[in-house]
Ligand binder design. Structure first.
Ligand code: SF4
Length: 610
């Protein structure tokens, strides 16, 4: 095989065993890599209804066929597992040298099951895997862990670790790499912690076989240069995703006070231009020339890496309008290994619930020191922090069922940083994303704002599906960054050219979209198999707040979603996806996608329509 290494590493932590296994080329052609591989492996090998935090669960690191060749924006892998937060399919992508090193070590994916008796670090160097005693690392934060491991291995080693949040099984703990790159929002850090796995160190020095190595080199250099010519490049380098704060404020989509409002009176203090005043540098994923991590000095005089999501969720959403303090909260969260998006949600929820006096704890809006203390309590599961550590859905159920109206999640995964009171297409995108509420599959909001806000028309459904297939299917499986396409209009043809040079195969975009649809339907089947008779179409519903509490401020004052129109939109969406009225793929849809075996298996758990 060219492009793919053709090998997975199967690791059993209970038995201290690692075995390299070749896989069939058809798997690569059908499922591409990254998310596609993860979905297929979890579907084929996980027994339904297992406890996600049990040794039976599998933690997968998987990359696509372009990673490791030095192409810009391709230094990523997907980390996936059954999610302890949602009970469904969970994954996230992370930009890390570990992705490059894993592929150079000879693996397209590393699949980890079992549980080590005592904490370990898994060290993979080419064909050799070692299980290293990690008692001295357990308890360290993710930055300390990586720094200490770096001292032991070569400078080029790629390291992924967890912080105390993962060790303490916080259900929205992430994995972390390179001081601030985090991935696996739906609790992949907790799955890693449940296996007593503190870190994985990847070292590889093999060449990944390319079908046309010279073409690969030329294309790599040309693609790199092409990005530099894009009109928005210079401004992107200045602010990265953070300019979206001003855009969101202007368009009333800036989550504020637990998504109660879409505008924040201190937005200018946490936006892109405020950030530029305290910026000290750029960081990014390996081999990327768009490096979008903006490094600032925080209020604790330490360096913190910022982007739009973490600024909003730890800023306006909790009523904090001091960027240096937001940065300090972000740095602490990365060290602890907490997902900053889910964290901003549970904090906002706690603040609102406290204000409504449904809990005895005093949790004021926008107070730096108190919030920092609560973040630590969540990571260490102390006091009320222990309640929040299970995520906003579980916290609402425990505190007062009525509070679920302002618990901002879909299927248990907390909403990312776009308010949708006046954005039905974005609400649909959240509600039908593959992992629970996330914008990575279909970031449709900027298109929707231009198109027209409050309608529920067919074009919006089509756009959501188009983006889900492209971003959630193709990009997540190729493990390439979506920003060149989304932010700089980098042409999609580049990826088919890259793929030809890497794999030697002509893979037109049409074929990639077909594979993407297959992958997304397989993920859907995974959810349905897990929930079986408990599955309802309400699981594809955005949070109640957007239907019940109209905005009281800003240009979209009075706006909220219409439940009848939303439900009609969802119905049409299902039809276009080839799903039944409950959102379950029909037999003929699965058959068309080459997933007849999946249909057969699924029928053991739930009746499928023809
Ligand atoms: S643009 Fe940002 S997220 Fe994308 S690869 Fe570069 S640094 Fe990573």
């Amino acid at each position: 095989m060219f492009g793919w290494t053709g090998v997975f590493l199967q690791v059993d932590l209970t038995k201290n065993k690692a075995v390299a296994e070749s896989y069939d080329a058809n798997l690569a052609l059908n499922f591409i890599g990254g998310r596609g591989f993860a979905a297929k492996i979890l579907w084929d090998n996980l027994k339904p209804e297992i406890d996600p935090l049990s040794p039976e669960n599998k933690l997968i690191f998987a990359a696509g066929p372009l990673t490791g060749f030095g192409l810009t924006n391709s230094g990523k892998l997907v980390v996936a597992s059954k999610s302890p937060l949602t009970g469904g399919y969970g994954d996230g992508n992370i930009g890390t040298w570990a992705a490059v090193q894993m592929r150079k070590a000879g693996y397209d994916a590393v699949i980890i099951e079992g549980k080590a008796e005592t904490p370990v670090v898994l060290h993979i160097r080419n064909k050799v895997a070692e299980f290293i005693d990690a008692k001295d690392f357990w308890g360290l934060n993710s930055f300390e862990t990586e720094a200490q491991l770096k001292a032991l291995y070569e400078r080029t080693a790629g390291i992924i670790s967890i912080g105390p949040a993962g060790e303490n099984l916080v259900k929205f703990a992430t994995v972390v790499s390179q001081e601030g790159r985090a991935g696996g929002r739906p609790g992949m850090g907790a799955v890693m912690g449940s296996k007593n796995l503190k870190a994985v160190v990847f070292e590889g020095n093999n060449d990944i076989p390319a079908a046309y190595p010279n073409d690969m080199k030329e294309l790599s250099a040309a693609g790199y240069r092409e990005i530099l010519t894009k009109p928005n490049y210079a401004f992107w380098k200045r602010q990265g995703t953070i300019s979206t704060v001003e855009w969101s404020q202007e368009n009333s989509t800036l989550p504020t006070f637990n998504f109660r409002e879409g505008v924040f009176d201190k937005a200018d203090k946490i936006g892109g231009f405020a950030m530029e005043k305290i910026k000290v540098g750029n960081r990014g994923c390996p081999q990327c020339n768009m490096t979008c991590g903006n490094v600032v000095k925080d209020s604790d005089r330490r360096e913190a890496e910022l982007d739009y999501e973490n600024i909003v969720m730890l800023g306006s959403n909790i009523g904090l309008g001091n960027l240096k303090q937001v940065a300090a909260l972000n740095r602490v969260s990365d060290e602890l290994g907490l997902d900053t998006i889910s964290l901003g949600n549970v904090l906002g929820f706690a603040m609102e619930t406290s204000q409504k006096r449904l809990i005895p704890e005093e949790i004021p809006w926008g107070k730096f020191k108190e919030t920092k203390a609560l973040i630590n309590d969540i990571a260490y599961r102390r006091g009320f922090g222990d309640v929040l550590a299970d995520g906003v859905q579980a916290a609402a159920a425990k505190i007062d069922p009525g509070s679920s109206d302002w618990a901002m999640h879909v299927k248990g995964l907390e909403i990312t940083a776009y308010d949708c009171h006046a954005a039905p297409a974005m609400a649909l995108a959240y509600a039908t994303s593959s992992i629970g509420a996330h914008h990575k599959d279909a970031w449709v909001i900027s298109w929707e704002v231009q198109f027209g806000r409050e309608s529920y028309v067919e074009e919006k459904i089509n756009k959501v599906i188009e983006l889900q297939r492209l971003r959630g299917g193709v990009f997540e499986s190729l493990t390439v960054c979506r920003f060149p396409y989304a932010e700089l209009a980098f042409e999609l043809e580049w990826y088919t050219k890259y793929l030809r040079a890497a794999t030697g195969r002509e893979m037109p975009f049409k074929a990639l979209i077909y594979a993407a649809d297959k992958i997304l339907n397989l993920i859907r089947a995974f959810w349905i198999r897990e929930y079986a008779s408990k599955w309802t179409r309400e699981m594809d519903s955005p949070p109640m707040r957007w239907f019940k509490d109209p905005l009281t401020e800003g240009p979209m004052k009075g706006a909220m979603l219409d439940p009848v129109k939303y439900n009609n939109m969802l119905k049409k969406y299902y039809k276009k996806r080839g799903w039944d009225e409950k959102g379950i793929p029909t037999k003929s849809t699965l058959k068309k996608l080459g997933l007849s075996d999946v249909a057969k298996q699924l029928e053991k758990y739930i009746k499928l329509t023809e």
